[in-house]
Design a protein around this ligand. Structure first.
Ligand SMILES: [Zn+2]
Length: 264
C-alpha cells in the first residue's frame, strides 16, 4: 500500500515538474525506514533538495540539453511563481531572444503593460511532454496570456484566471464557433481547461482587442516564429492576417484563454 502511494506521488511530481519525482525518490532513500519522524524528515529533505535543484542546479544543466530559463525582464514575467517553481519555464535560446524582443517592442507601445507567460517547456529531454500540452516537448513552444483592459478602457496587467488558463473569451452568437464544432465531433477534452482556472478573479476586466491584436502581430512579425495558435473567432475578431496564425485542431484544447506560439 505504501509503495503504491509512493509511486503515485512520484508520477504526479514527474508530470508536474519533471525533476520532482526523481528527487522524491532520492529523499525516500536518504531517510532510513526506522528513523523517527520519518515522514517529516523526508518532506524536509525533499523540499531542500528540490529548491536547490530547481533554482541552482537545473538552470546550469539545461543548456547542455539546448534549453535555458526564460529571461524575466521589466516586461516579460511569469503569470505566477508556480511556473518557475515547477520548471515549466524553459525554452531554446532562440525562443528566449524572440520573447525578449517581443517584450521590448510591446513595452515601447504600451508602457507598463507586461507580456505574461504561462507554460513553456521542461528543461530536459526532447519528446518529454509538459502535461496537459502534449506538444510543448522540444523547447520551441510557449503560451502567453491574452491582454485585458479595465472598465475605463485602459490596458491592465490583471488576468481573469488564477492559473492563467481556462477563462475563455468565448465566441459571440454571430461569430464562428469552433468550440461547438469540436465538441460535436466528440473531442471532449477541447473544453477541459475550464476546470483548470483554480478560480476566476478580476471580474471587472475585459478582453482587450487592441492589446491582444498588437501582441499577436508582434509575435508573428518575428522571423524565427513559425506558428501562432488562437481560436478562429478571435483570429477574425482581431483581424489577424498573417499566414502564421493557424488553427491548432480539435485534438488540442481551446485557445481563447491564451495564445500559443512556437519557433519554426
Ligand atoms: Zn501551447
Amino acid at each position: 500500500m505504501k509503495i503504491i502511494l509512493h509511486i503515485i506521488i512520484i508520477i504526479l511530481l514527474t508530470v508536474l515538474t519533471q525533476i520532482g519525482g526523481l528527487i522524491y525518490l532520492i529523499s525516500i532513500f536518504l531517510v532510513k525506514k526506522q528513523k523517527e519522524k520519518k515522514r517529516l524528515k523526508r518532506i524536509g529533505i525533499f523540499a531542500v533538495l528540490y529548491l536547490f535543484a530547481t533554482f541552482l542546479l537545473v538552470p546550469n544543466l539545461a543548456p547542455v540539453f539546448g534549453r535555458e530559463k526564460i529571461k524575466e525582464t521589466e516586461i516579460v514575467r511569469a503569470h505566477s511563481f508556480f511556473y518557475k517553481l515547477a520548471n515549466r519555464n524553459y525554452v531554446r535560446p532562440k525562443l528566449n531572444k524572440s520573447i525578449e524582443k517581443i517584450g521590448i517592442e510591446f513595452g515601447k507601445k504600451n508602457s507598463g503593460i507586461k507580456v505574461v507567460y504561462l507554460d513553456a517547456n521542461f528543461p530536459f529531454i526532447d519528446k518529454f511532454p509538459l502535461f496537459p500540452h502534449l506538444s510543448h516537448n522540444d523547447g520551441k513552444k510557449i503560451d502567453v496570456s491574452l491582454i485585458y483592459e479595465n472598465p475605463n478602457g485602459k490596458l491592465t496587467n490583471k488576468k481573469p484566471s488564477v492559473s492563467g488558463y481556462g477563462a475563455y473569451e468565448s465566441p459571440t452568437e454571430k461569430e464562428y464557433n469552433q468550440i461547438s464544432i469540436c465538441k460535436d465531433k466528440g473531442y471532449w477534452q477541447y473544453n477541459f481547461p475550464k476546470y483548470l482556472t483554480l478560480g476566476k478573479i478580476n471580474k471587472d476586466i475585459k478582453f482587450s482587442k487592441k492589446g491582444t491584436r498588437e501582441l499577436s502581430n508582434l509575435i508573428v512579425k518575428q522571423s524565427e516564429i513559425g506558428k501562432l495558435f488562437i481560436e478562429p473567432h478571435l483570429k477574425n475578431r482581431l483581424n489577424l492576417k498573417s499566414g502564421k496564425v493557424r488553427f491548432h485542431g480539435c485534438q488540442a484544447v481551446r485557445h481563447d484563454d491564451h495564445i500559443h506560439f512556437q519557433l519554426k
